[in-house]
Every structure is written in C-alpha cells, then in structure tokens.
Design a protein around this ligand. Structure first.
Ligand code: NCD
Length: 305
C-alpha cells in the first residue's frame, strides 16, 4: 500500500500489520531513548487545513521518533491568503521533495485528490465528514490491548454520526474485523442510510447494559448549517452519557472518545472515575499507531514486527 486514504477500501492484512507493528512501537516509546533511525532522510509534510490538537501533534511526534524531517504548512500563514490555489500550493511544496504528506481538510475526498496529484505517500488525517482512518486504527488498537480481540464485540457509537468521519472509519473497521456496530443519536444526526452500510440503529437506553465498547462523539457544530438539536440540555438528557447512564454501564465496557470532549454535554466528567475509560490512553496509543503507519508507508527496510 502506498497511501492510507480510508478504511473502507483498505486491505485488511495491511491494517492488521499496522496494529501488530504498533505494539512494537509502543514498547519503543516506553524506553528511555525513544528515537529510531528508521525514517532518517525522509521528509514528511503536514497540510492541516482544519484545526487539530491531537492528530497533528501525534503525527509530528510519531514522525520525529522515527527520525523523519517534518515540515509544517499552515494555511493561515501561507500564500493561499494571497490567492494561491490548494493544488498550486501542493505542487510547490512537493517540488521541495517530500516523501509523505499528512492531510486534513474540510472537504470529503481531499486526501484522494492529493494522492492523485503527488508522488508522495498520502495519509488522510480527516477529510470532512468522510473518514479518519488513523483514528479508527488507534481506537481498535486500544480496545484490542484491553479485550484481547477485535471480533465478536458489540460497539456502540453515540452522538453526531452524520458529521463524523470517526464514526464512518470505525464502522468500516469493526465490520471488517467481525464486530457488530450500533449507532445511536438524534434522528437529525443519524442518517438512515447507515443501516445500509451495516450499522444497527438502536435506542441508547435499550442497549447500554450489554456493550463492550462505547464510543462517544461530540456535536460537530463546525459542520452544521442549521439547528440539528433543540438545545444542549435536551441533547444531554436524551443522548448524553450522564452520571446515571454511567452507573448502568457494565464495568468491562470500554469508553472511548476521539476528542475534543465537551464535558457535561456528550459525556459527564464522572466517566474518568471508571477504570475502563481510556480517552488518554487512546492519545498515547495514537503515537505508536501513527509510527506504524509511517513505517509501513515510508520505510523501505526490513520488517520490525
Ligand atoms: C476528531 C476529528 O477531527 O474528526 N478528532 C480527532 O481527530 N481526534 C473528532 C472531532 O473533531 O470531534
């Protein structure tokens, strides 16, 4: 595989290899000297056209741990402000010689577009409401480390499914590995077409007592053009993982959230009192998973695991 653009069309064995290698990289990250020479001489370009805290820093740490050089392109400080097009910008940055491009953009398909116009390996770090493949991989990695498998699990994703690239990538990934995906959320934010893709649409309060993984999503207001929910209070009452709902969850149920979290809206702070709320562990594992992705796409040396 040259690129990682989505989970839907990705090769299952390739994704499995990433998860296996991430275990090795996680061990490396636990060593006092965390740096490997694997990508020495390679250059990785970050094109983040949408805000990011976790994903961008995580990719940056991952690339640096593998000794790659990193270049940050920031649209707000670039000549795009002077009218240069996205494609021209890409051609110019590529002319400097880059091996990998990590792209985040508000348009679905942006990463595919970049891949069509460059010789570099492209990694999709989120394209509109389409996909966010490395997030799904780090979610799966985190769950597998705790539950020991990826198949036969009941995964419930709750919230703003309509605007969530995380929900789509997770749906494809969990189905690929043989687990059941359920979606729950306000009807305005949960398109019926998802059932056609293989998700079961459920009422939150009907299934809470019997799920292995609960993935909570925030309301993605930046992608909303109108009022999709009457009020935050009402959202919390019907779809929020409140203190009361937390009490009904089995202890074994893993809670995940891709971040950023709006505490007190989609998830109550008390979630942090549970052992199996793994939100910061997701972030930690994200570095190892992204090291594995960079390694498999950019290194042309022997296998690490
Ligand atoms: C997600 C994203 O940007 O899609 N965040 C992330 O990458 N960790 C989810 C979100 O913004 O709600």
């Amino acid at each position: 595989m040259k690129h990682l653009l989505d989970i839907e069309t990705a090769d299952r064995d390739f994704l499995m290899k990433i998860l296996e290698s991430a275990e090795v990289f996680l061990k490396v990250l636990e060593q006092p000297s965390k740096k490997l020479p694997t990508l020495r001489g390679k250059t990785v370009l970050f094109m983040f056209m949408e805000p990011s805290t976790r994903t961008q820093s995580s990719f940056e740490v991952a690339a640096k741990r593998l000794s790659a050089d990193t270049v940050n392109f920031s649209p707000a400080k670039s000549s795009m402000r002077k009218g240069e097009t996205f494609l021209d910008t890409l051609y110019n940055l590529q002319a400097m010689g880059v091996d990998g491009i990590i792209v985040r953009h508000s348009s679905p398909g942006a990463a595919h577009f970049v891949a069509q116009h460059t010789k570099a390996s492209v990694i999709n770090a989120g394209d509109g409401a389409h996909e966010h493949p490395t997030q799904a991989l780090l979610d799966a990695f985190t769950v597998r480390r705790h539950l020991g498998r990826l198949n036969g699990l009941k995964v419930l994703i709750v919230g703003d499914i309509l605007h969530s690239r995380v929900a789509r990538s997770n749906l494809f990934l969990w189905r690929m590995f043989g687990s059941e995906v359920m979606f729950s959320g306000p009807p305005t934010l949960l398109p019926g077409e998802f059932e056609g893709l293989g998700a079961r649409i459920v009422a939150l309060d009907d299934v809470l007592e019997d799920i292995d993984v609960l993935m909570v999503l925030r309301l993605q207001r930046e992608r909303m053009e109108g009022p999709y929910v009457p009020s935050v209070r009402e959202y919390r009452r019907y779809w929020g993982i409140t203190r009361e709902r937390l009490r009904r969850l089995p202890e074994r149920t893993i809670i995940l959230h891709p971040g950023p979290v709006n505490w007190g809206v989609e998830l109550d702070w008390e979630a942090n009192d549970r052992e199996n709320t793994l939100i910061l562990e997701q972030v930690r594992n994200g570095v190892a998973v992204r090291m594995a992705v960079l390694y498999h796409l950019l290194a042309r040396t022997e296998e690490v695991g």
